[in-house]
Design a protein around this ligand. Structure first.
Ligand code: 5AD
Ligand code: SF4
Length: 452
């Protein structure tokens, strides 16, 4: 049997796409391996969001090339495929920069992989056209055993692309315009996942809350409506979605955060900056106060919600005052979790053309200050759950024998001792300690006295 090794960079969309590529290749007789050296086919599923991410691909390709040469010396053939957003953005340039690459395939074309691999026997190829047909129509359903091996929490792509054109972002160019998948297909996929034991679905899309597509009743369904329907799928206990834009939080979705128990109290809602001037230059189309008001509305319905965001520091023209506005917004909101980055100019995006770029040292200093505050907030949030009893979805064996590990509703990893529970169960666990990355809890056996 031939073996394929897939390495994914970047966001959850790529994790999902990597699984779909493995599914396509399974029908061609490839089994997945975690060891690159034994792979007949190496796929790098790349990310183009920041410069560093793209450069990493080229250095990794250098290592893959060496491995290909070593295998060749022992008479073994290795194909190298570059997929994902760098493939989409750079196309032929990748073949030029790295002669060992056989195939370059964009995120909309990976259903063509079997054909591309066959053609690559004769020539090196690039496939980055935006096809008219939907790739999802051409992707095979994964085998039940495959779904089971991937765990009880699964990603489900419901939307791709972005029409927002934030001035710093390459996504609208690499992933194209917003397209929502049909409701019926999403339901089919959800049911198949649930049937194989999946308990938690994370709906994903580049701008997932822009979801809109005609439902079985003929009306256009928003994300809120879709979530309500998915909550009815037998076996599905938890729903999440990522990543979203503040402007697309409509009433139905906000209400779902209050009235839909399966929708977990966790929201990743990137704000990027707290300065109105910078938000405007970023083309975010909302102010810092509008974001505060939106969060206040959501918290009114779901007071416990854990909030998460992305931040960019050092956007062109960002002054000390602009940065202080971001720090103030962070202090006002209180985030449970966050991702923060130095602004990285992306060729072809409007912000890269702005003359007033912020010096690297200033970006670094601001990032350190912001991350310090965000980390303090994350720790405070985690410590705040000590003493609470939280429902934990069991995902895998814990780090030590006898331990089992899962996630809290707030997406915190939780470990506790148990020899009685199975993966996929949801267990009420009392949190006793917060480590730097995980919570530690104890299962209260029915009848046990709980220490005060
Ligand atoms: N520079 C830095 N960070 C960026 N992001 C997107 N584009 C850039 C860029 N050019 C960040 C944003 C986005 C996250 C996925 O990546 O914060 O929300
Ligand atoms: Fe990029 Fe997100 Fe803005 Fe779309 S909404 S352009 S994906 S940052």
């Amino acid at each position: 049997m031939k073996k394929v090794f897939v390495k994914s960079y970047g966001c959850q969309m790529n994790v999902y796409d990597a699984e779909r590529m493995a599914d396509v290749l399974a029908t061609e007789g490839y089994s997945e391996t975690k060891a690159m050296e034994e792979a007949d086919l190496v796929i790098l599923n790349t990310c183009h969001i920041r410069e560093k991410a793209a450069e990493k691909v080229y250095s990794e390709l250098g290592r893959v090339r060496e491995m290909k040469q070593e295998r060749e010396a022992s008479g073994l053939e290795t194909k190298i495929v570059v997929a994902g957003c760098v493939a989409q953005a750079e196309g032929k340039e990748i073949l030029r920069r790295q002669p060992a690459v056989d195939v370059v395939v964009g995120p909309q074309n990976y259903h063509n992989l079997p054909a591309l691999l066959r053609k690559s026997q004769a020539e090196r190829i690039v496939d980055t056209e935006f096809p008219v047909e939907d790739k999802f129509d051409h992707l095979p359903a994964p085998a039940k055993a495959k779904i089971q091996s991937r765990g009880v929490s699964a990603f489900l792509t419901i939307q791709e692309g972005c029409d927002k054109f934030c001035t710093f972002c390459v996504v609208p160019y690499t992933r194209g315009a917003e397209v929502s998948r049909p409701v019926s297909r999403i339901l089919d996929e959800a049911m198949r996942l649930a049937d194989a034991g999946v308990r938690e679905l994370t709906l994903i899309g580049q701008n997932v809350n822009a979801y809109h597509r005609e439902g079985p009743d003929g009306s256009v369904w928003s994300l809120g409506r879709l979530l309500r329907r998915l909550a009815e799928v037998p076996g599905i206990a938890r729903l999440r979605y990522t990543t979203s834009h503040p402007r697309d939080m409509d009433d139905e979705l906000i209400e779902a955060h209050g009235g839909l128990p399966a929708l977990m109290p966790y929201l990743h809602l990137p704000v990027q900056s707290g300065s109105d001037r910078i938000l405007d230059a970023m083309n975010r189309k909302h102010t810092g106060d509008e974001y505060r008001q939106l969060i206040a509305r959501i918290r009114k319905l779901q007071p416990d919600i854990a909030l998460s965001s992305d931040f960019i520091v050092g956007f062109p023209g960002e002054t000390d005052q602009d940065f202080e506005d971001t720090m103030r917004l962070v202090a006002d909101i209180g985030f449970a979790m966050s991702y923060s980055f130095k602004y990285s100019p992306r060729p072809g995006t409007p912000a890269a053309e702005i003359a007033d770029q912020v010096p690297e040292a200033v970006k670094a200093e601001r990032l350190a200050r912001l991350q310090n505050l965000l980390e303090t907030q994350r720790q405070a949030f985690n410590h705040g759950t000590v003493g609470q009893t939280l429902d934990v979805l069991l995902e895998k064996p814990g780090r030590h024998p006898g331990q089992i590990a899962g996630k809290s509703p707030y997406l915190q990893p939780v470990q506790f001792e148990s020899d009685q529970h199975r993966i996929g169960e949801i267990v009420a666990v009392r949190i006793v300690r917060a480590g730097s990355n995980s919570l530690f809890g104890e299962w209260i056996k029915p009848g046990d006295k709980v220490a005060a």
